[in-house]
Write a protein that binds this ligand. Structure first.
Ligand code: KIV
Ligand code: ZN
Length: 512
């Protein structure tokens, strides 16, 4: 018997991107969308166009740049939202509008201040309105996880009758147990008379760590679309992770298949992590640094005798290179090109030449060059923002007052300040705030060494708060204070209000 197709709906660029401080610009979103296309996802949820001009532009740009998957835009059950989505999807080859309204009594009463009959009416009206512009309409019954099943079935029947082609049953709060979520999907299969006219979609959140289990339970009970994000990113505890669902359906031969090319999983996971400045927890299933590392003597012995003793997935299946030592200072341009392409970076001959020069400098100081180093080369050290670190000098040590002198390039100007602090990084932050004349608070700060065991670079994530908004930045350098300052500035460069009037320099001159 042939396998049943499961449609993979990726919402990394919409629900995933809602993580505070991790917003991407349009160019970064296009890059990720292209990689999602290569990975083989069926639908890309590209954004929520009414939410901001930036989101509108990103949906439009992705619609132009990515042609194979369906491009989807989110709306509330409101005509002006749908109008914005229609505008943003204007150039999409295969557009989809994703509209919906609350389904649980909790949401109906406390979010919409409404009643059951009214929300069904508003949901139906939204589907009918969207259907005037786009054929493919997905309806979401928000907080369906906590909704009464009989009412949910009435709502789903009504929106399918109005023209919905896909019905999304989100466990918005990550509340359900797998057995209950599966039963909910089965209830809809058995009790919605027109359910065969739509695809049931599952969209689970991970508040209790059950998103993937709930998603699989939904599939086993009749859902044929899964809504997922790369690395499981998303608000709060995140969404269901694409890599987990894809590899579960791949590993367990239980009759389902996706179009996912699993060898592309790991490179894209790393790219998303870098671009969103969100480190991956080392023990994360499938893509964590330790996912295929065997450290205990008993396990190492077992793996050496036969990998299947302790590995249910071969690392290469998900694109983890067999040998993590991939390049050295003696490698040529072709080797570099091959590995960059494997990680999703297409370069022209001129670009490759410039990257190769930088690669040689980096490789010279290292025993081996890993994927992580390559991503740092491409993403981490480049200062893409308007505010550029031009010079950094710190003094610190036992019995000394930590001081920092910082020079920042702001357009054509170099501005300088010195400060003392409770440590060298703190002093540098105070100097930067003095130059920018802004109150910026460091909210979170994470320092890691290079995860591939050459302990010679510091990788820093910094989260800053400015006027009640959070921004996350990443920096890497051989020097821990410089890496920290880079991360701080990377986050600050995302504060549009501070950078909007500063021209971005063509080539950065970095002395630090
Ligand atoms: O979690 C949720 O309910 C959502 C909907 C907007 C689909 O993300
Ligand atoms: Zn969600």
């Amino acid at each position: 018997m042939s396998n049943e197709k499961i449609w993979v709906f990726d919402t990394t660029l919409r629900d995933g991107e809602q993580v505070p401080g991790c917003q991407l610009n349009t160019q970064e979103k296009i890059e990720i969308a292209k990689q999602l296309e290569t990975l083989g996802v069926d639908i890309i949820e590209a954004g929520f166009p009414i939410s901001s001009p930036g989101d509108f532009q990103s949906v439009r740009a992705i619609s132009k740049a990515v042609r194979e998957p369906i491009i989807c835009a989110l709306t509330r059950a409101v005509e002006k939202d749908i109008d914005a989505a229609v505008g943003a999807l204007k150039y999409a080859k295969r557009p989809r509008i994703h509209t919906g309204i609350g389904a649980s009594d909790f949401h109906i009463q406390h979010k919409f201040m409404s009643n059951r009959a009214d929300v069904i009416e508003r949901g139906v009206a939204a589907v009918k309105y969207a259907k005037k512009f786009v054929e493919d309409i997905e309806f979401y019954a928000e907080d369906a996880g906590r909704a009464d099943n009989v009412f949910l079935a009435q709502m789903i029947e009504a929106v399918i009758k109005a023209g919905a082609t896909v019905v999304n049953i989100p466990d918005t709060t990550g509340y359900c147990l797998p057995i209950d979520y599966g039963a909910k999907i089965k209830f809809l299969k058995d009790n919605v008379p027109n359910i065969d006219q739509a695809i049931i979609s599952v969209h689970c959140h991970n508040d209790l760590g059950m998103a993937t289990a709930n998603t699989i339970s939904g599939v086993m009970n009749g859902a044929r679309q899964v809504e997922v994000t790369i690395n499981g990113i998303g608000e709060r505890a995140g969404n269901t992770s694409l890599e987990e669902v894809a590899m579960i359906l791949n590993t367990h031969k239980i009759g389902y298949e996706t179009r996912i090319n699993s060898t592309k999983i790991y490179p894209l996971s790393m790219l998303v992590s870098k671009m969103m400045r969100m480190p991956i927890q080392p023990n994360k299933a499938i893509v964590g640094a330790n996912a295929f590392a065997h450290s205990s003597g008993i396990h190492q012995d077992g793996v050496l005798k036969n990998r299947d003793n302790y590995e249910i997935i071969a690392p290469e299946t998900v694109g983890v290179p067999k040998n993590s030592i991939i390049l050295t200072a003696r490698s040529g341009r072709h080797a570099l090109k091959y590995h960059l392409e494997r990680l999703g970076f297409e370069q022209t001959t001129e670009e490759l030449s410039a990257t190769y020069e930088k690669f040689l400098v980096m490789a010279d100081g290292k025993k081996d060059v890993t994927d992580d180093d390559l991503l740092d080369l491409m993403e981490g050290k480049s200062q893409k923002g308007a505010i550029v670190l031009n010079h950094l000098q710190v003094t610190c040590g036992a019995g000394l007052t930590p001081t920092a002198t910082v020079h920042l390039q702001l357009g054509d100007e170099i501005k300088k300040a010195s400060a003392i602090g409770n440590g060298p990084f703190n002093a540098a932050c105070i100097a930067i705030d003095t130059i920018l004349q802004e109150q910026i608070d460091l909210e979170d700060y994470l320092v890691q060494s290079n995860i591939n065991r050459s302990y010679d670079t510091a990788k820093v994530h910094a989260k800053v708060k400015h006027q009640n908004h959070s921004y996350v930045g990443f920096g890497v350098d051989e020097d821990i204070v410089t890496a920290s300052v880079r991360a701080y500035l990377d986050a600050i460069n995302k504060i549009t209000a501070l950078t909007v009037n500063i021209p971005i320099p063509e080539e950065e001159e970095v002395e630090a």
